[in-house]
Write a protein that binds this ligand. Structure first.
Ligand code: NAD
Length: 511
């Protein structure tokens, strides 16, 4: 055991029925790092089947009373929660930055985007109000109710430890469900803070529970007979596993996967705007964003001017720990991930891409054990290369050259991932053509990270999303509710009004 591990005595436990659940003696645990220093800052408990069962049982017990709480009252509580979260933005941001490595302003941004989902969730009575057909047949009314599903589970990735859980549970709760969250084991503290603040706001114990862990906890949630639905966000191989396993166990499931987002730049674009956008979207959060731009497709001669502009901006980027207020880009999340991303840089060189900027020599003063990789830029990348084909999830930007907009669109549409794509141009006709023809779930026009506002919905296509619903916004309401259609008649109590025997299949024209 290294000295760094010896000093990490804090053990983060589960949060069930409104209180900390101490892990069983001898329970498995994982290490949580400060990626800037490479030190283990605490350990996190890994739930076994019995602990997951306790969390599901707590959520199940809390469900009837929460379901029967009028939506307007649920909303009032969520409004209090929203204000409490907003007042803890800085605490959350610091917690995220410590375990994830992103800068504090970046972490604050993710909390703010999460709050947007709460803004939307606070209007749920309007969205749950159903519809009504008076006299669908004579004296007969038909109406649709949207009812909660019961206990739903969320499984979330490391890269947005606050925002992605906030994509899920506020809407699930607003709709009357109760929730069990299994956050990433790499940065588990922010989600626990989210749950504690929810209790402080008055959420009943058991309505929101947290179990930490790995595939053991996840698999139990997927198989548990009392879990009605599963929301997942993470990498594509795990998303596919979640989708197939949860569906096999009869659950509703939405599983958002990885990404390879392209940003197309036409020669008529404002190239300074495009270069700035490419830098922000490729290297923000060290490229560990599902909506990061990892490929710029430079059309025609755009690349000849664009690449030097990007390179000169790369040279000015400040890489450092979150404790450095001037840092613009932090480290990668773990040593293993750093090794994986460095491996891709080596493969890119071996496969013949032109390495314009090499982040492997990046040194950050006082952080020699940190998981840093500097911004890396490859030009003349081709679709056969591993750095184009695979999701790298690090600060590595690939420039691909294309002859025309149509060639760029074809390239995007052939890619297995289809989360988002962006176009930079001054030509409205070209933008409209792109918008119509490109096959991705989210599209940006002169916007590099087109993450929809909280009252729209987020979701990719193909290998970026398994399931029928995007996440949050109106899609979230549909995912976390099921329709019940009531056909109702109140017959007059006079003998003449009583229905006569009639074996025909009833139609709307029937008397
Ligand atoms: P990951 O798939 O490794 O982990 C996600 C969650 O699944 C974690 O809670 C983890 O504990 C669990 N998990 C991991 N392996 C598992 C297994 N074998 N069986 C069951 N559960 C398992 O993803 P990550 O590394 O935490 O996050 C990065 C990935 O998430 C990237 O691929 C990124 O593109 C993707 N992501 C996608 C979106 C989106 O909206 N599409 C958003 C954020 C992140």
């Amino acid at each position: 055991m290294s000295p760094a591990q010896e000093i990490a005595t804090e053990l983060l436990g589960h949060f069930v029925a409104g209180a900390a659940l101490s892990p069983a003696p001898g329970a498995r645990t994982g290490e949580v790092y400060d990626p800037a220093t490479g030190r283990v800052v605490r350990r996190v408990a890994f739930a076994d089947v019995a602990e997951v069962d306790l969390a599901v049982a707590a959520a199940r017990e809390a469900f009837p009373a929460w379901r029967d709480t009028p939506a307007a009252q649920r909303c009032r509580l969520l409004l209090r929660y929203r204000e409490l979260l907003a007042s803890h933005t800085d605490d959350l941001a610091r917690t995220i930055a410590e375990e994830h490595g992103k800068t504090v302003p970046d972490a604050r941004g993710e909390v703010e985007r999460g709050l947007e989902v709460l803004d939307f969730a606070c209007g749920i009575p309007y969205l749950l109000r159903g519809d009504f057909s008076h006299d669908a047949a004579r004296g007969l009314d038909v109406y649709t109710l949207r009812e909660p599903l019961g206990v739903v589970a969320g499984i979330t990735p490391f890269n947005f430890p606050a925002m992605v859980p906030l994509w899920m549970f506020p809407i699930a709760l607003a709709c009357g469900n109760t929730f069990v969250l299994k956050p990433s084991e790499k940065d588990p503290s922010a989600p626990v803070l989210l749950a504690k603040l929810a209790m402080e706001a008055g959420l009943p114990p058991g309505a929101l529970n947290i179990v930490h862990g790995d595939a053991v906890a996840v698999t139990r949630l997927l198989e548990h007979p009392d879990v009605a639905a599963v929301s997942f966000v993470g990498s594509t191989p795990v998303a596919r596993f979640i989708y197939e396993t949860a569906a096999r166990h009869g659950k509703r499931v939405q599983a958002l996967g990885g990404a390879k987002n392209h940003m197309v730049v036409l020669p008529d674009a404002d190239l300074d705007l495009a270069a700035n956008a490419a830098i922000s979207a490729a290297y923000g959060s060290a490229g560990e964003r599902c909506m990061a731009v990892s490929v710029v497709v430079a059309v025609g001669d755009a690349g000849d001017e664009l690449v030097p502009r990007i390179a000169s901006r790369v040279d000015r980027l400040r890489v450092g720990p979150a404790s450095d207020p001037g840092a613009e880009m932090g480290p990668l999340v773990t040593a293993a991930h750093l090794g994986r991303v460095r491996g891709y840089v080596e493969r890119g060189v071996a496969e013949g891409a032109e390495l314009v900027r090499d982040g492997r020599g990046c040194a950050v003063a006082g952080c020699d054990q940190g998981f840093f990789l500097g911004p890396t830029l490859f030009d003349r990348v081709t679709p056969e290369m591993a750095i184009y084909r695979d999701e790298i999830f690090g600060p590595v930007l690939c420039i691909v050259r294309a002859d025309s907009l149509d060639e760029a669109i074809e390239l995007i549409n052939r890619n297995p991932w289809a989360n988002g794509a962006a176009l930079f141009t001054r030509d409205g006709g070209a933008a409209r053509r792109f918008e119509d023809r490109v096959e991705t779930g989210m599209v940006g026009i002169n916007v590099p990270i087109p993450v929809p506002a909280g009252h729209h919905s987020f979701g990719g296509w193909r290998a970026s999303l398994f399931g029928d619903h995007g996440i949050y916004g109106p899609e979230g309401v549909h995912f976390y509710t099921r329709p019940k259609v009531v056909t109702r008649r109140w017959p007059e109590s006079t003998p003449a009004g009583l229905p006569r025997v009639d074996l025909r299949f009833p139609g709307s024209a029937s008397p």
